[in-house]
Design a binder for this molecule. Structure first.
Ligand code: SF4
Length: 66
């Protein structure tokens, strides 16, 4: 899912009954300028605000206790 929405704090993942994944723009609830379901990829958006803490990937090395 490329573009800005996946890293935007105003995006919310929604899944329908058939398991398809949609991205809801929460800004659309208060501002009609934003579509409820943005057509992806959104490459430019004035409402974009990056998630303050993107998912951290913590890799752990296998311990070598021998
Ligand atoms: S504000 Fe813009 S970038 Fe953020 S979820 Fe809505 S459409 Fe996507």
């Amino acid at each position: 899912m490329p573009g800005l929405c996946p890293t935007c704090m105003h995006a919310k993942e929604m899944r329908n009954d058939r398991g398809s994944l949609f991205l809801l723009c929460v800004r659309s609830k208060t501002d009609p300028l934003y579509p409820k379901y943005p057509r992806l990829p959104v490459l430019q958006c004035e409402g974009f605000e990056e998630l303050p803490c993107p998912k951290k990937i913590t890799a752990t090395e296998p311990s070598s206790t021998s």
